[in-house]
Design a protein around this ligand. Structure first.
Ligand SMILES: NC(=O)c1ccc[n+]([C@@H]2O[C@H](COP(=O)([O-])OP(=O)(O)OC[C@H]3O[C@@H](n4cnc5c(N)ncnc54)[C@H](OP(=O)(O)O)[C@@H]3O)[C@@H](O)[C@H]2O)c1
Length: 354
């Protein structure tokens, strides 16, 4: 298969890091010339063009432009990292892959990026453990109207099926580590929290001490790469309603992050106390972090009871665990100080939805 690969959100944290991985030649099966990257602005297009990838300057909501562009560049695999939430970005890509399949007679593949919050009890997901090899689609469908991220997953899978496109849903947990892309290199959850702590000169935590699942950005990009490699090798792997891949590398309790974070920020003279305090209420937390009240507890005080099997069956071997993450906590602070505020589509879309 002479597959060309398109990465959306290529100026973003996850998409940018994936492009950088491919350019670094981390996969022997994926050639630089196959890589196509979607960005929006002229500056981003220039930055990525300099790296030698094919750059497509597109607004993904423009279906005619998306279909024309994907057909012109003979794209058969799309890795969509531009938005987990906004389905109007995903559907034109799925439609384009459907057309490409008709025109080329070859299979086409859509790898969507979802998010852990779709699987929190706080957003209406049922309690109890769920494997990515279990009835995830059926359950997302059952609870589709109560949380927009679930609705997007379900809509993507159903549209892909209707158009004969093979779909996969990658669910990143809390992604950390400095990105390696050409543009945004900051993640969301930890950078926003660290930024808030620095602005308030104190570290606060929620009283419940929720468990959080994490994955280093390099392990996450390795997972997307594994899926693409299997596709290129024409291996059969779970897809469509069965095609969920939970990118969970390790678990940690929030207090086990925030207590050492308070010490590390204090050692740098960035907060006044070396111990984390308890938030007085959710409103204060929301105001301090600059996040709408309904989402503060979803993002920083929720647990997912998920188990990954599909990723390990692919041969995914994360290189980062809890211990390594904690040893490098200082790097997270350094990245925030170096790069400033995270510019994430997640925060923008949450603000729009309230
Ligand atoms: N980072 C995490 O921890 C994490 C965890 C789970 C899920 N996710 C989800 O994964 C997705 C990617 O995350 P990220 O951290 O990489 O986000 P990001 O850094 O904000 O990257 C998203 C990119 O998508 C681009 N984009 C947005 N709308 C577009 C449109 N209409 N047309 C073309 N490009 C568009 C943005 O372009 P501009 O630069 O022009 O704005 C941006 O470069 C997000 O939806 C996020 O919610 C992230």
């Amino acid at each position: 298969m002479g597959s060309n690969i398109l990465i959306t959100g290529a100026a973003g944290y996850i998409g940018g890091s994936l492009v950088a991985d491919f350019l670094a030649g981390n996969s022997p099966l994926i050639k630089k010339d196959q890589i196509h990257a979607v960005v929006r602005s002229d500056e981003q297009a220039q930055a990525l063009s300099k790296l030698g990838v094919h750059v497509l300057q597109l607004d993904l909501t423009d279906e005619d432009a998306v279909v024309e562009s994907l057909l012109r560049h003979n794209i058969s695999i799309v890795v969509h990292t531009a938005s987990s939430l906004d389905v109007s970005l995903a559907l034109p890509l799925v439609a384009a892959l459907g057309r490409q399949r008709e025109v080329s007679g070859e299979d086409t593949y859509f790898i969507h990026t979802s998010g852990l919050s779709a699987f929190y009890e706080r957003t209406g997901w049922p309690s109890g453990p769920m494997k990515d090899s279990g009835p995830v689609f059926k359950t997302e469908r059952q609870f589709t109207d109560s949380y927009p991220l679930r609705k997007t997953d379900v809509t993507v899978i159903e549209h892909a099926k209707d158009r004969g496109v093979t779909s996969f849903i990658v669910v990143p947990s809390t992604v950390y580590g400095k990105g390696s892309g050409a543009w945004n290199q900051l993640s969301v959850i930890l950078p926003i929290y660290i930024k808030g702590c620095i602005s308030n000169k104190s570290v606060h935590k929620f009283p419940e001490n929720a468990k959080v699942s994490g994955v280093h950005v390099s392990d996450l990009t390795a997972l997307y790469t594994k899926i693409i490699e299997k596709v290129l090798q024409k291996e059969t792997l779970p897809s469509g309603t069965e095609g969920y891949y939970f990118a969970l590398a390790h678990d940690i309790l929030w207090w086990d992050i925030l207590d050492p974070l308070a010490e590390a920020l204090h050692a740098r003279g960035l907060v006044t106390e070396s111990k984390a305090q308890i938030w007085p209420n959710v409103e204060t937390a929301a105001e301090s972090l600059g996040i709408p009240v309904p989402y503060v507890q979803i993002l920083w005080n929720s647990e997912a009871n998920l188990v990954t099997e599909n990723t390990y069956k692919l041969g995914w071997k994360p290189q980062w665990n809890t211990e390594r993450f904690l040893q490098h906590l200082d790097d997270e602070i350094e990245a925030v100080q170096e790069l400033g505020t995270a510019k994430s589509s997640l925060v923008a879309s949450l603000s729009q939805s309230t």
